[in-house]
Design a protein around this ligand. Structure first.
Ligand SMILES: Cc1cc2nc3c(=O)[nH]c(=O)nc-3n(C[C@H](O)[C@H](O)[C@H](O)COP(=O)(O)OP(=O)(O)OC[C@H]3O[C@@H](n4cnc5c(N)ncnc54)[C@H](O)[C@@H]3O)c2cc1C
Length: 522
């Protein structure tokens, strides 16, 4: 047991836990965070990877969430111009598109326009996009426009029945890197981040918690003390309340699985598609990792948190059918090169369907019977920074002299350059490291921003980057990831700090894993 009394102990190294750790450490609080696996090993690496307002949430009248998320897109873009960037979304229109039956908008329309029989009229989409353009006060992102699919390049891959589309703005973000960079910044500001460390119990005393931790690799136990506990365990939030802490709570979490499929690149331009289904749902098709297309997502009830989410054949086939309703090129299961799946930890608001359950976040403090705990339900990648500020507002009740909000406008590590500065960084890197190929330079700039110079150091030839592990991965980068970004195994490097797993052979994965195991020993 360590003697030190911390201000906050955070359970969970997803985006919410790491975002809170960064915010709290930056206000001078003493913070410890424990993550049972790798950072972002659960939901926060399995998202659709959009900083978005959530166009479809307008149909649920979720105006607070949409407005906050829309405003937040540009704040986040400026803080991390390396790992996030603007994207245009092409929304083809066809009269057969339908609402999800339970949305307040569809219920209203059924009353005032019963002849539409659940179909989404074009004027409603235009109204939604008008609100989307104006609710959040855009400065960087361009507005909505109409696209003639019969002539535009965006119409080429689609069935000819789609003649018109609306094109609007949202942003892409590398979700798992976002988590790692928040964790790194938290450490730079004094936090301790413990990965592969599971919280197995916590005893509540009058004015503090005694938290028991298990080192998942060695099985060793130890304890830490903190004045306040923050439960940011994502899909496990309810499990932590009921089983780890043995507390009663009326608040529940609703687990909704979402799966994605990845295919070889399906079209030649760099815009995304927003496809509406006849079942009221929507999916995205997004250019991914240069050579691929990402398609998702699904909404399926996930009943058991201990069951690792995976894309079922049914979900895969649903996504293929959905995409085939739009793309001329008909996909089959053989086109799918990778799938991934995650569980949304949604606040249980009693909605009838998984699609309808709120995506907004809810923070609940419980201080009955001793030291306080803050439980976090729901949330989006897009709203993580605002969620962290809201969490600090709750913490303030227990730490009276808390410093004010500070994270808006403060770059994440490597993000200290202008929002349109990526091309300039690439040119600078090419001049200084002429021996690197274009793909590697672009990937390093997109992954690490200005930290690229710290990773490559004084290297004057490719050999000086050390061992080559496969694709564009060299020892210098793996060293950096192990020393500064908490990577311990090949999977951390290949599927979360990068997506080079898409390009690695099995034997290369094993060799990297063995090399990392060896390095950990010395
Ligand atoms: C399919 C899908 C698509 C999505 N798309 C988007 C999108 O495009 N844009 C967007 O803004 N949002 C999106 N989201 C939502 C977003 O991904 C989640 O809201 C967010 O990642 C949740 O983060 P979290 O930190 O709460 O949970 P998690 O990332 O799951 O983190 C919780 C962590 O707690 C750890 N943990 C649990 N119990 C313990 C314990 N006892 N001890 C130690 N650690 C523990 C877990 O290992 C886990 O890593 C999507 C979600 C899904 C599922």
């Amino acid at each position: 047991m360590t003697d030190q009394m911390h201000d906050l102990f955070i359970i969970g190294g997803g985006i919410n836990g790491c975002g809170i750790a960064r915010d709290a450490a930056g206000r001078g609080l003493s913070v410890v965070l424990a993550e049972q696996g790798d950072l972002a090993s659960a939901t926060s690496s399995a998202s659709t990877k959009l900083f978005h307002g959530g166009l479809r949430y307008l149909e649920y009248f979720e105006f607070r969430l949409v407005r906050e998320a829309l405003i937040e897109r540009e704040t986040l873009l400026q803080a991390m111009p390396h790992i996030s960037w603007p994207m245009r979304f092409v929304l083809p229109y066809h009269a057969s598109m339908r609402f999800e039956g339970a949305t307040p908008t569809s219920r209203l329309l059924n009353v005032v326009m019963p002849w539409m029989k659940g179909r989404r009229p074009a004027w409603l989409i235009r109204l939604g996009l008008f609100l989307y353009d104006h609710l959040g006060g855009r400065k960087i992102l361009p507005p909505t426009q109409v696209v003639d699919l019969t002539t535009a390049v965006e119409g080429k891959p689609l069935h000819s029945k789609f003649e018109t589309a609306y094109e609007y703005s949202d942003c892409w973000v590398e979700d798992a890197r976002l988590v790692a960079l928040n964790a790194r910044d938290a450490v730079n500001r004094g936090a301790r981040i413990l990965t592969r460390t599971k919280v197995i119990a916590a005893d509540r005393l009058k004015d503090h918690w005694v938290i028991t931790l298990e080192d998942v690799e060695t099985g060793e136990h130890r304890t830490e003390r903190a004045r306040m506990l923050i439960n940011a365990a994502g899909p496990w939030v309810g499990n932590v309340i009921a089983n780890t802490l043995r507390l009663n709570s009326r608040d529940g979490v609703r687990l909704v699985r979402g799966s994605h499929i990845v295919t070889k690149r399906l079209y030649d331009h760099d815009k995304c598609y927003f496809f509406q289904g006849t079942d009221g749902r929507i999916i995205f098709a997004i250019p991914y990792e240069t050579d691929f297309t990402l398609i998702g997502t699904t909404d399926a009830e996930h009943h058991d948190v201990s069951e690792k989410p995976r894309c079922t054949e049914e979900e895969r086939d649903y996504l293929i059918r959905f995409a085939n309703g739009y793309f001329k090129r008909q996909l089959t299961a053989d086109d799918v090169v990778w799938t991934y799946s995650g569980v949304r930890p949604l606040y249980d608001d009693g909605s009838s369907s998984a699609t309808a359950a709120t995506r907004d976040y809810t923070l609940k403090v419980d201080d009955t019977g001793g030291a306080p705990i803050l439980n976090i339900f729901g949330g989006k990648i897009t709203t993580y920074r605002r969620l962290a500020e809201a969490a600090m507002a709750k913490v303030k009740g227990y730490v009276p002299d808390l410093k004010p909000d500070w994270t808006a406008g403060v770059p994440l590590p490597g993000g200290d350059f202008p929002v349109d500065g990526v091309d300039h960084l690439i040119v600078e890197a090419k001049i200084q490291f002429p021996f690197l190929d274009d793909r590697l330079i672009r990937r390093l700039v997109r992954g690490y921003g200005t930290d690229l110079w710290a990773i490559l150091g004084q290297a004057r030839s490719i050999e000086e980057l050390g061992q080559h592990f496969g694709a564009t991965l060299y020892e210098a980068e793996v060293n950096w990831l192990m020393e500064h970004e908490f990577a311990r195994e090949a999977e951390d490097v290949l599927w979360r700090r990068t997506k080079l797993g898409l390009r690695f052979e099995d034997a290369e994965v094993e060799a990297l894993d063995a090399w990392m195991r060896d390095k950990r020993r010395y």
